[in-house]
Every structure is written in C-alpha cells, then in structure tokens.
Design a protein around this ligand. Structure first.
Ligand code: AGP
Length: 617
C-alpha cells in the first residue's frame, strides 16, 4: 500500500483522574477509529513509570495485549493512526517514547528530517520512520539540559513546523498530563473528578458535557485537578473562564442506535438534523440574517458572496449559489478551497466570504478563509462543530445542528448545510425586498414541511436496497440532472465512489451530448434526477437519448407516471417547491450508494483511503 505524504488523520485521547484510564482510553479510541485505523497504542503511568502498548492493526488487536485495568493507571493517553510518515507497523505506531518522555501526535511535523539529523548527530537513537518520534527526543534533550518539564516541552514544540495535537507523559511527573496544539483539532473535557482530551467530542462525550477548545499554540498542563493553560510563546497564563462550551449531544447520539452503520443512521437523522438547523431561525430569516448584516454594517452591505469548500460541502455550496442568486439576486462565486487559496482571488468591497465545512478543520478551507480575510473580506463559517478552528477564526458563524457525524461520508451535514444556505438566501431576499410577503411565507411554509417529506422519502429504503442488489456488479455509473439538482448528480456520484469504490461521474444532463454520451452502452446505469419542474421536458429528452443507446435509466422523480415505460427503474419521491427538491432527491442517492457499498462488503463507515476531515493540505 502506498502512502501519500501529507495526508494525516489520527485520533488522540488522554485521561487524568481517579480511576483506571485503560478502558476509558480504549472506548475513546473506538469512537475515534473513523479518523484513522491502521495501528493503535496506549500508554499510562503505572506508579513506577510509563507502560506503552502498541500494535499494527485495529483497536481490537491492541485490546488483546493490554494488561488488566488497575486504579493505579489513572493517567494515560491513546492513539489511533492514519499513516503518513512510515508505513503502518508496530514500531511506527504511537505512542513514541524516548528517555522518559512518551508522546502521541495527530498532525505532520514538516521539518522533522532536519531535527532528526541534529539529534542523531547528538547521539539520539531513533526506532521508527515517523515524524512524531522527534518530539520525545527533543523534550528529553531539554530535560537533560536542566529545563523543568513544561519549559522543556515548550522549547521542543516551538521548533516544530507543521501541525500538531500532542499528548505527553513524563516519567518524572507521574500525576501530570500535558497537551499542546497547533493546527490539528483538540478538545479538553472537564469532568467533575477528571480531565480528558481528545481529537473530537464523541470520544469523551460519555464522561462529560463540558468542553474547552485549546487554541493554536497553547500548552495545557493538567495536574491534581488543576487545568493550567499557557501561551506557548510567552508562557503567559490564559484564563479559560467563560470559554467552556456545554455540548448537549447524548452519548447514544454518537452510537449507532440499532443501525448497522453510522452512515445509515445519519441518513435517517436528516429530518431531525434539518428541524434542528432550521429551528427558530425560519420564524425570522431576516432577523437572523440581520445579525449578520448588523455585524457587516461597518462596511457596505453584502454585494457578493464567495462560497468556498471541499468535497460534499462544495456540492452544498453549488446548490447555495442557485438558491441565493435565484431569490436574493446577489452574485455568488463558488470555488473548491484548494484552488481558491492559490488563484489570487479578487476581493471587492462588500464581499462576504463563506466557508462551508462540517468539521471546521479542513486545511484547504481554513487556508482559503485566512486568505480571504487577509485580503479584506468578511468571513462567515457554516459549520457543524461548535468551537472548531473555522468558527473561531470567522467573523460570523452559522452552525448547522446535525449532531456528530461519524460516518466518513457526509450525509446529514450535507442537507443541513443546504438548509443553512437556504436560510441565508431567504433572509437576504426578504432584506432586499426581492420577495413579497406572500412569496416569503410560501417558501417558509414549504421549507418547514421538508423534514416530513424527507421522512416519507426515507420509507423507500427497502425498495432502494432491492434496486441496489441489481446494480452492485456495475463497473461504471453516470449521474445526470439539471438546474439546482445538477450538483446532486455530482454528490450522488461522489457518494457511490466513496462508499462502493465503483467509478461514477456526475454531469449536467445538457452537457451529456458534449462527451459523456460516448460512455453509454448496453446496461450502463444512468441515474437521472427528474423533478417535475420547468426543466422536466429537457430531462425527459435526455432520458430518451440514454435509452436510445441502451443505457439503463434509474429515475428519481416526483412524476413516476410520466416516466413509466421510459425509465427502467423509477424511485418515486414526494413533490416540493422547485428550490427545495435537492433536499428530497439526495436521499435515494445516499441510500443507493449505501446499500451498494454494504452489498459489496465495503466498510461504509470507514472507506479505504478516506478520512472524515482532511486536516492538512
Ligand atoms: C464527503 O463525504 C467527504 N467526507 C469529504 O468529501 C468532505 O465533504 C470534505 O472533506 C469536506 O469536509 P468538511 O465539510 O469537513 O470541510
């Protein structure tokens, strides 16, 4: 297996308290395994020093070699890995240890080679191929030079270039847990008798609801139930008064609740996620947007939007463009983050930069957001994770309220992102008098009905599973749609690729005859999204073009009778306002990808080569 440098995605967890850390660390890592799962390890203070257990393979393999829990093991940390530097192996697994210092790390240390060369010249002996191993060696070097532990950690970490969330144990400080962060996500959990840290909330949610996000370049020392946070550079104490957040997610929200996979559970959570994301905001979309505008009053009103994101969030952005331009008549450009950050974007006065990112940690989107801010744009983050980096750096935040999304493939956050964009469009349209009262109320009413219509569509699950059975051997798929549903053709194809590893392409149906029609031959599955709107006739003729070349048409439509005899397979869905059809039409696409993936025995929650949020470029 070839590993691409620079793609990092691990999960770290830590505990300091009165009871044994072992089971807690294992359970925490279980909830982090969707982040990376090619090797795992745990380390804990045993009263006489630090014990380390690590292995190549999944967490269940690690559990085989762990000792029985003991209350003595009350300070510990764990790691589940996504290999970047050094192939998955036991020696490359974390924790890494050097002369009394034990470290777990999520991120990439870009200058590790130079540091390693210096340390090897100083006689340090390295065991692994990882970038991370330089950290315990550096800290031990400063300890040997007589620096106290926290200063030794600071001196070491300040030499690192790149991104890191670190968990550190020191043999000499058995009742202390250290954690440091820059660029990689890290949250601290504050319990009644214990402290925790983790790469994200679900890992430690069963133990506390009170969380604190460590900011970039901060070091946290937890000792004798005291939390000490300091600036890495100045060592100044940073108060976290008023900075903790209460997360009202229930632990089982993070568990599967009877579904075989998190992805299936999260597809079925969409109506509830939408109700939560709409919430009170739909009662006064203008009021909600005015908050934004009030914030923006310091400059001219919103003249233009730059919406920037990656993957599924990018597809939500494309749908947002249709909505905002259609009803609010504000020009919108949509870019993929990794392109936007390097294309020297033109930021005019009144430009609102909108980052869409469910995790709030996607490196390319963060970089684009910083670039836009550097060029003078106001920034809005549409995000699903409270307190994540994008939200902390943006001028304004609009949270989707989907709850934790564990499945690597985004589903409920996609529809919640569309809802957030729709609220923005509605508020701006009303604010700019682009909609009269009647029109606004009609839209608000139909928008409020969407969760019920989505529930109705979810009842197609069994039928779509049967359909999937007849399609699971296909080698290629084509997805076609027009107008506001065109981005759904992209999303449907992405879901199938991610989950079943079948090649698939999404195309604007009108573009088919300019090339992809050459792909169509006998039996090629062509999924066509055909809502009964002003483009239906156009889509109908595209279906005929596909049929004429022997393609197998699977139509997602609210006009099944019209397509009877034309399409080979029909997935009937409820009708709704033309602007809202993507909320309904995406569900059969998600379920089709899910069932084909399951029937092909793919790990649909942890697809190969993918990570839930890509935290480096
Ligand atoms: C989608 O299923 C994938 N998980 C991926 O394309 C994702 O949408 C992309 O990485 C963006 O993530 P973000 O929304 O957390 O920024």
């Amino acid at each position: 297996m070839r590993f691409t440098e620079g793609f990092t995605m691990c999960g770290i967890v830590g505990y300091i308290g009165k009871s044994s850390s072992l089971q807690l660390l294992v359970d925490g890592l279980k909830r982090l395994e969707y982040r990376g799962y090619d090797s795992a390890g745990i380390a804990f203070q045993n009263g006489k020093g630090v014990e380390v257990y690590k292995i190549k393979g999944k967490l269940k393999d690690l559990q085989q070699i762990l000792p029985d829990p003991s209350p003595a093991f009350s300070v510990g940390l764990g790691h589940t890995r996504w290999a970047t530097h050094g192939a998955p192996s036991t020696v490359n697994a974390h924790p890494h240890r050097a002369e009394g210092i034990t470290v777990v790390h999520n991120g990439i240390i870009e200058n590790y080679r130079e540091i390693r060369a210096h340390l090897e010249a100083d006689g340090h002996h390295f065991l692994s191929e990882t970038d991370t191993e330089v950290v315990p060696h550096l800290i031990s070097k400063y300890l040997k030079e007589g620096l106290p532990i926290r200063k030794a950690i600071r001196s070491a970490v300040r030499q690192l270039k790149g991104t890191y969330a670190l968990g550190i144990l020191s043999d000499g400080d058995p009742n202390t847990l250290f954690t440091v962060r820059k660029g990689s996500p890290l949250v601290i959990g504050i319990g009644s008798e214990a402290f925790y840290f983790a790469s994200d909330i679900p890992a430690i949610l069963p133990y506390t609801r009170r969380f604190l996000y460590l900011d970039d370049e901060q070091i946290c020392t937890i000792e004798d139930s005291n939390l000490d946070i300091r600036d890495l550079e100045s060592d100044a104490v940073i108060s976290y008064e008023g900075k903790t957040v209460e997360i009202d997610w229930t632990p089982d929200l993070a568990e599967k609740c009877g579904h075989d996979y998190f992805m299936h559970k999260e597809i079925f959570e969409q109506p509830q996620a939408l109700r939560a994301t709409i919430g009170e905001r739909l009662n006064d979309p203008l009021g909600f947007v005015t908050d934004l505008r009030i914030y923006l009053q310091r400059r001219s009103d919103v003249q233009k939007l730059h919406i920037v994101s990656c993957g599924t969030s990018y597809h939500a952005a494309l749908i947002g463009k249709y909505m905002i331009e259609r009803i609010a008549r504000v020009p919108v450009t949509v870019d993929i983050s990794s392109e936007y950050r390097y294309r020297n974007p033109i930021i005019e006065n009144g430009t609102l930069f909108v980052a869409i990112t469910q995790s709030g940690e996607t490196a390319d989107t963060l970089a684009a957001q910083r670039e836009a801010e550097r060029r003078g744009a106001r920034t809005l983050s549409i995000c699903n994770v409270v307190g994540s980096t994008s939200t902390r750096e943006a001028n304004v935040v609009l949270y989707t309220r989907s709850g934790p999304e564990i499945g690597v493939a985004s589903t409920k956050t996609f529809t919640s992102q569309m809802a957030a964009l729709c609220l923005l469009a509605l508020g701006m349209a009303i604010g700019k008098n682009c909609l009269n009262r009647q029109e606004a109320e009609t839209l608000q009413e139909q928008f409020r009905e969407l969760p019920d219509l989505m529930e109705k569509t979810l009842s197609m699950d069994a039928q779509i599973r049967t359909l999937a059975g007849s399609l699971m051997e296909a080698k290629d798929f084509l997805y076609l749609a027009r107008g506001i549903n065109y981005p759904l053709a992209l999303e449907g194809a992405l879901k199938l690729k991610e989950i079943s590893y079948i090649h698939a392409e999404g195309y604007p149906a009108g573009e088919m005859k300019h090339g992809p029609i050459a792909l169509i031959d006998k039996g090629l599955p062509v999924v066509v999204i055909a809502p009964s709107n002003d483009l239906f006739d156009k889509v109908f003729s595209n279906i005929e073009e596909v049929k004429a070349r022997g393609g197998r048409v699977i139509a997602v439509t609210d006009a099944p009778d019209v397509l009877k005899g034309k399409a080979d397979d029909i997935v009937p869905v409820p009708s709704t306002h033309p602007l809202f059809t993507p909320f309904i039409n995406v569900i059969p696409l998600q379920l089709l990808a899910y069932h084909i993936g399951v029937l092909r025995n793919c790990d649909v929650d942890q697809p190969r080569n993918l990570a839930k949020s890509v935290t480096v470029e």
